[in-house]
Design a protein around this ligand. Structure first.
Ligand code: FAD
Length: 273
């Protein structure tokens, strides 16, 4: 839809050209959400496409994904054989069930910044020990663990004027055996629960997403048995803390999360006893 309150569009080609933040500003990435509903109060958009960040790079021991990398571009990445968790990338990209237009325009950063429980890039980032690079409005840079980035639907740790620059997925996490489970109420529906497990020599790491407002990460020393796994999940997520919206009731989300987590535990027990 037309955003007829917007009177100015900035197209910076470098950080130094990003206009100083003012009330009514917003960043434009793929625009799939921005242009999907009225945006009262929005006066100026800063289009990130002119910054021309390389979408994907393997550097400094990590896969670095620019915030402006389209989800479709990430999905096309061919993971090297050593990335045992590489299948999570495509699985998460394809958990984004949207129309052709949205699928091709939506960016990884836009998906993270929306901080929706069913944000598949939030699941990927949290599941693979990602870290977010943030350009602050005062010209600084800060790094935060991706598991702490989303706070709840449409709420992230970004302060007004903060710009998400990139997501780094450590190669050490990409090398781990990993398992993925997802469920939605309808075949083409948004995720009701999306759980990712990874194993390493010391234990199991579980990222619970979509069924909770923001990711819940559980770390186990060694491989728990089924009862210990379930008890830990119940202890970490109180009955009132399961997400509730049209894509799934809290009691359903609780039950399917327990089931998916147990599936993951069993799968990773076989791969890596
Ligand atoms: C029909 C439909 C279906 C959808 N389905 C889903 C779904 O299943 N799951 C889901 O998670 N979302 C869904 N969405 C919401 C949205 O399309 C996605 O979250 C998408 O990934 C947003 O990315 P974008 O690049 O288009 O962001 P934009 O629309 O450009 O921006 C989204 C928000 O993030 C901010 N932003 C973007 N990039 C940055 C950055 N680098 N730094 C700081 N702020 C930034 C923008 O200012 C804006 O507030 C859907 C939307 C529609 C219309």
């Amino acid at each position: 839809m037309d955003l007829n309150g917007v009177t100015e569009i900035a197209r910076p080609a470098a950080r130094s050209e990003i206009p100083a933040w003012q009330e009514g500003d917003g960043f434009l990435a793929g625009g799939t959400w921005l242009f999907s509903e009225p945006q009262p109060g929005l006066r100026r958009l800063t289009d990130l496409s002119g910054l021309d960040w390389p979408p994907l790079a393997v550097t400094g021991g990590a896969l670095v994904i620019a915030a402006t990398c389209p989800v479709a571009r990430l999905d096309a990445l061919e993971a090297p054989p050593g990335w045992r968790a590489g299948h999570l990338i495509g699985a998460c990209c394809r958990s984004f069930l949207a129309s052709f237009k949205i699928w091709n325009m939506a960016t990884v950063g836009g998906n993270l910044c929306m901080a929706l429980p069913a944000g598949p890039m939030i699941s990927l980032a949290a599941g693979l020990e990602g870290s977010c690079e943030i350009w602050t409005r005062d010209g600084g840079v800060r790094h935060v663990p991706a598991e702490a980035f989303a706070l709840g639907p449409k709420r992230s740790i970004l302060e007004p004027g903060d710009l998400l620059r990139s997501l780094r997925l450590p190669l050490s996490a990409l090398a781990k055996p990993a398992a993925f489970r997802r469920i939605s109420l309808a075949p083409e529906g948004r995720s009701g629960a999306l759980v990712i497990g990874t194993r390493d020599g010391t234990g199991l790491r579980l990222a619970i997403t979509a069924s909770v407002p923001a990711p819940v990460i559980l770390r186990f020393a060694g491989l728990p048995d089924a009862a210990a796994l379930a008890a830990r999940i119940e202890a970490a997520i109180a009955p009132g803390d399961w997400h509730d919206d049209i894509h799934g009731a809290p009691d359903w989300r609780r039950q399917v999360t327990l089931d998916l987590a147990e599936d993951i535990r069993a799968e990773l027990a076989e791969v890596c006893p």
